[in-house]
Write a new protein. Structure first.
Length: 188
């Protein structure tokens, strides 16, 4: 009896593996369908992606799951990220900036990014001034009213690090580093 059960179990297992990958393939198609249904998705992109999706469905139905999953992977790369991911990233970015209050920023900060240094002066009410060097005066004498602190912070994607006297912002443009205190003119 035992000798007859082992081949039967092996045969049953062989049948279950394709069914499992078929379910995985169908689950991935359902995920892609949900992203394609996003009303904010560009119509031309939606139409192009649907063709690839339909090909993947056909492959999946024929049991060619590996190729179907590969096509669905390409489809996912063409689509914008899911809204939930985008929203979670925004929340994380906002949370990284939460401690940068007007009180924290109050004072003088020097931009350490780029060749031309600028100085930002933040007031307790969140207003700010940007000051630029005047080599004739040998000081940072050219100041203009600048955007409020909240808008300035909002212009960066996220905070990579913030200490008492140093802030590192990060984004598509790379890193921006600000140090607490006045900037030193080159050669001084």
């Amino acid at each position: 009896m035992r000798k007859k059960l082992i081949p039967a179990i092996a045969a049953l297992s062989a049948l279950l593996v394709p069914l499992q990958s078929f379910a995985t393939c169908k689950e991935k198609i359902a995920e892609v369908d949900e992203r394609i249904a996003d009303p904010e998705l560009d119509t031309n992109l939606r139409n192009a992606v649907k063709q690839f999706r339909d090909n993947a469905v056909s492959m999946c139905d024929q049991g060619n799951d590996a190729t179907a999953m590969q096509v669905l992977g390409y489809v996912e790369m063409m689509l914008p990220p899911p809204r939930a991911e985008v929203e979670a990233a925004k929340q994380a970015d906002m949370a990284s900036k939460a401690h940068l209050t007007n009180e924290y920023l109050e004072g003088v900060w020097c931009s350490m990014t780029g060749e031309e240094r600028s100085q930002l002066v933040f007031a307790a009410d969140g207003s700010s001034r940007a000051c630029f060097s005047d080599s004739m005066l040998g000081a940072y004498g050219k100041c203009v009213d600048y955007e409020p602190a909240a808008e300035w912070i909002g212009g960066f994607d996220r905070v990579e690090g913030a200490e008492q006297d140093r802030i590192v912002f990060a984004g598509n443009g790379g890193q921006s580093v600000y140090m607490r205190g006045e900037c030193k003119l080159h050669g001084r």
